[in-house]
Design a protein around this ligand. Structure first.
Ligand SMILES: Cc1cc2nc3c(=O)[nH]c(=O)nc-3n(C[C@H](O)[C@H](O)[C@H](O)COP(=O)(O)O)c2cc1C
Ligand code: SF4
Ligand code: FES
Length: 558
């Protein structure tokens, strides 16, 4: 057995009442939508109605941004994510506040309107963006759209293939239907066959850590009642690949999850979708209904021995809740805080069951691998990193959108050939690669292959392969302040190095001057002693920005 988990008391209690925690976040979200009052007024009662102590409701309700946010009858979520920040230097938030006459986090006096700042709505290709209720709108005239002065636009994600034989975009671009291999697998194949193909493919996780998928699956095989969770939290601002897959090819994502469950011996699969993607949630739920109707899910699927249930669960607004241990805590109804590992989720995950967490894009590659064979997949990309990857180009590019590329494609090709360089002939100053825990590269350092090793050697990281371009309209010091603002806003607060360090970093960056003399020491603590990769990754991101800015942020050198 591993170390005690922080929420053990609640988990044991919730377990005695049945896993009521699993519906807690949904129940809180429902209550939240009907009241302008703060969580203290309504969250304890939600827990008590389920036989849980008040704190079981208050804890998550004060943790998740959507539950904690003040709510008027019209609730507008304006994006303050990196892609939108790069598009207009952060001015969009103030403009929306002024137009609607209400500040972020507030409700207008008559209860009519409230504004919440969120970090990415998956519309980074058309930034800035907002959600008015559940209706998305985006574009340079965002404020006019929200004010009703111009037509609402929710542009589709531009998607293109640069491989000649797409794996992930084959459904979206060529109309290849989902659920092609599952009937045969469920009726006639063995789990070993699926695991072997995935092992031969060399497929690694696309959620950021690049862990071999077959090894993660093997860790739960033979254990009692494993669970597979598809991670559709896509927290990295600048990434919209999972959103593209979930909205435009939900059957492929579900088929990948079904195959993963089959390979792991799991009869339950859960797909967690971030709350900022309401359309993806709705489309996936509809796809699940269709899959039951068509006999892909349920009891004795396609006449074989398999029983499989899949369900879709919505998140509630937290970046760290995409980290796998935090994700599981959230699915159990708790605050989405990360915990130390071991035990790994494959040892003790959801309600202590061995749990595999895989990213949505990872799972979407599995049907192709099973259909074409692991060796065929392993011939794609480069030997050190096989396969293809979706990369997302932000609004500053001349041709923003989501592109499928082979691993090993050079970054300068992606930026200049696929993305067309920057729009309006603007000059690229720095390129953020891989989200807030990735890194920044200067325009002169794009001669690197898109692989984990190639990017790490250049001081960046692949992450989920979101590419956010900055031009000279945003000052390096503003980008630095933004990095710390994100860290401070999204730190889950479970450990002091990150909770305190990210606040200190923001204070110093906001003050504009050089950091204090103790800076190197506490950055070291942040990097070495943080509980999860969030805190540990912030110094790397800051360091890479300092290096990319070529002398303009040297006082922040770590
Ligand atoms: C702070 C933080 C946030 C994360 N957010 C996500 C996310 O939004 N989506 C995701 O798939 N993985 C995310 N991850 C990675 C997950 O912890 C986990 O490694 C991943 O979901 C496993 O899937 P994979 O093996 O298919 O990559 C995050 C990690 C950290 C440290
Ligand atoms: S490093 Fe930050 S995000 Fe991770 S557990 Fe600690 S406080 Fe939470
Ligand atoms: S939509 Fe604003 S950063 Fe992605």
């Amino acid at each position: 057995m591993g170390a005690q988990r922080g929420s053990d008391g609640f988990r044991a209690l919730a377990g005695r009442h049945g896993p009521v925690g699993e519906v807690m976040v949904d129940a809180l979200a429902l209550e939240r939508s009907g009241t302008p009052d703060p969580p203290g007024r309504w969250a304890p009662a939600v827990a008590e109605r389920r036989g849980l102590p008040p704190a079981a409701g208050l804890g998550p309700a004060t943790f998740y941004a959507d539950l904690a946010a003040a709510r008027g009858r019209r609730h507008v979520r304006v994006c303050a994510g990196t892609g939108c920040f790069a598009a207009c230097g952060g001015s969009q938030v103030g403009e929306v506040e002024r137009e609607l006459g209400v500040a972020v986090g507030e409700v207008s006096g008559d209860g009519a309107v409230s504004v919440q700042a969120v970090r990415c709505l998956g519309c980074c290709y058309a930034a800035p963006a907002a959600l008015d209720g559940d209706e998305a709108c985006a574009g340079a005239d965002l404020v006019d759209q929200l004010a009703g002065r111009s037509t609402r636009t929710d542009p589709a994600i531009p998607a293109a293939d640069a491989t000649g034989d797409p794996v992930l975009l084959s459904g979206i671009l060529s109309g290849e239907s989902g659920w092609r291999v599952w009937p045969g697998v469920a009726a006639m194949c063995t789990p070993e066959h699926v695991r072997t193909q995935v092992e031969r493919s060399g497929l690694r996780g696309r959620g950021g850590a690049a862990y071999p998928v077959s090894a993660k699956w093997a860790a739960v095989v033979g254990h009692r009642s494993p669970v597979v969770v598809a991670n559709g939290d896509e927290g990295d601002p600048g990434s919209f690949a999972d959103r593209l897959l979930m909205e435009r090819d939900p059957d492929r994502v579900l088929e990948g999850l079904a195959l993963a469950c089959f390979a792991c011996g799991a009869s339950t699969g859960i797909l967690l979708v971030r709350s900022e993607y309401p359309k993806a949630s709705a489309l996936l739920r509809e796809a699940v209904r269709r899959a039951y109707r068509d006999g892909h899910l349920g009891r004795r699927v396609h006449g074989g021995p398999v029983t499989l249930d899949l369900r879709v669960v919505a998140g509630a607004g937290s970046y760290v809740a995409g980290e796998e241990t935090a994700l599981i805590a959230g699915l159990e109804g708790g605050r989405g805080c990360a915990r130390s590992r071991p035990p790994y989720p494959t040892q003790e995950g959801m309600w202590d069951a061995p749990t595999v967490v895989n990213n949505v894009e990872t799972l979407a590659a599995v049907p192709w691998i099973v259909e074409h064979g692991g060796e065929a997949y392993a011939r794609r990309g480069v030997p050190e990193q096989t396969g293809t990857k979706l990369v997302c180009l932000s609004e500053r590019f001349a041709r923003p959108g989501c592109y499928e590329v082979e691993f090993g494609t050079r970054l300068d090709r992606i930026v200049h050939e696929l993305g067309g360089g920057l729009r309006d002939d603007a000059e690229l100053t720095v390129l953020q690669v891989g989200g807030p825990l990735g890194g920044f590269l200067p325009a002169s350092r794009l001669d690197v292959p898109l692989t984990d090793r190639g990017l790490a050697a250049a001081g960046a990281a692949l992450g989920h392969a979101g590419l956010v371009a900055f031009d000279e309209t945003v000052e390096p010091r503003e980008v630095l302040r933004y990095v710390w603002q994100f860290a401070d806003a999204e730190s889950c607060g479970a450990c002091s190095p990150c909770r305190v360090g990210s606040r200190r970093g923001l204070e110093l960056a906001a003050a504009g001057g050089p950091p204090d003399p103790g800076y190197r020491r506490w950055m070291n603590v942040l990097e070495q002693a943080s509980l999860c990769a969030f805190g540990r990754g912030i110094p790397t991101a800051v360091r890479s920005l300092v290096h990319a800015c070529d002398g303009r942020l040297d006082d922040w050198e770590v």
